[in-house]
Design a protein around this ligand. Structure first.
Ligand SMILES: NC(=O)c1ccc[n+]([C@@H]2O[C@H](COP(=O)([O-])OP(=O)(O)OC[C@H]3O[C@@H](n4cnc5c(N)ncnc54)[C@H](OP(=O)(O)O)[C@@H]3O)[C@@H](O)[C@H]2O)c1
Length: 263
């Protein structure tokens, strides 16, 4: 019996890496794409290899969604099929919507929505008869406006709508499609974008999240892993919010701030 196979886009850093390692520990062979950080990809191959699983890392810049084509061809060649597709990679230009250039819109659309749907289409022949699982990684910017996240939030929202349609279109194939919508996550990219202010921002955010902390990538990966197993077999076409209760706290925080004594 050959090992199940999982493809994770952007599977060498952040959330994607945590998913790659969790699925490898669960017995999956891993195929991970990345854009340019070859060192992170090589260290992932080593770490998955040490878990006794095969790991193939491939460059596929989703600015050109069709760059995923050779990835699926390699999966067919090396593994003959696919059991899990996690559409995790994303990038955008963090600018106000009023200032967003047409090429920036195209790039964000390509990396998110277009690469996701193209990836799903490429999955189908490889998932035939294997009860495949597809998980899209969304973001809180599809639920709560965050400065300079307008277009990315809209694209993530679009991916959540695609998940509902695909759940129905792929029902006959026995393929389940879901999404995970994380809140703030402690990844090297979050720290990169926030920079020196991270400790202050981290404390501020942690005070606003009912769970009281910013999630490490592995806590988001745990939910994605669950959606990739039969334990979640009756969850289909859904977007699971994993944000420590952040979204639920707005009203409470507002009330609390109104009752604070005026200085
Ligand atoms: N971080 C957060 O606070 C947060 C919150 C909510 C949702 N999310 C979502 O969670 C997912 C993972 O975020 P993260 O913070 O873990 O990301 P990350 O640390 O920036 O890692 C992203 C991964 O995606 C790859 N990647 C980036 N642009 C790509 C492109 N154009 N084509 C192919 N691969 C590309 C990167 O490759 P290289 O290693 O080569 O750069 C890397 O492996 C994303 O969908 C993000 O929108 C993140």
């Amino acid at each position: 019996m050959s090992a199940p196979v999982a493809l994770i886009t952007g599977g060498s850093r952040g959330v994607g890496r945590a998913v790659s390692l969790r699925l490898a520990r669960r017995g999956f062979d891993i195929v991970s794409t990345y854009r340019r950080d070859a060192a992170a990809a090589q260290s992932l191959e080593k770490e998955v290899g040490a878990l006794g699983r095969r790991c193939t890392t491939l460059v596929a810049d989703q600015l050109e969604p069709e760059s995923l084509g050779p990835v699926f061809a390699r999966i067919k060649e090396v593994h003959g099929g696919l059991d899990v597709f996690v559409a995790n990679a994303a990038s955008t230009a963090f600018v106000p919507l009023t200032a967003m250039k047409l090429h920036q819109m195209d790039k964000t659309f390509n990396v998110t929505v277009k690469a996701f749907l193209y990836g799903v289409q490429q999955c189908l022949p490889l998932m035939a008869g294997r009860k495949g699982k597809i998980v899209a990684v969304s973001g809180m910017d599809s639920r709560m406006p965050i400065p300079f996240h307008g277009f990315l939030g809209a694209m993530k929202g679009a991916m959540e709508v695609l998940v509902k349609y695909l759940c129905n279109e792929l029902a006959g194939e026995g393929i389940r499609v879901n999404a995970v919508n994380p809140g703030y996550i402690d990844t090297d990219s979050s720290r990169f974008y926030i920079g020196e202010a991270w400790p202050m921002v981290e404390a501020n955010i942690a005070s606003q999240v009912p769970s009281g902390y910013i999630a490490p990538a592995d806590e988001i990966a745990a939910t994605i892993e669950w959606l990739c197993t039969d334990e979640s077999r009756y969850v289909n076409g859904q977007t699971l919010v994993v944000d420590g209760g952040l979204e639920t706290a707005y009203g409470m925080r507002m009330a609390a701030s109104l009752s604070e004594p005026k200085r």
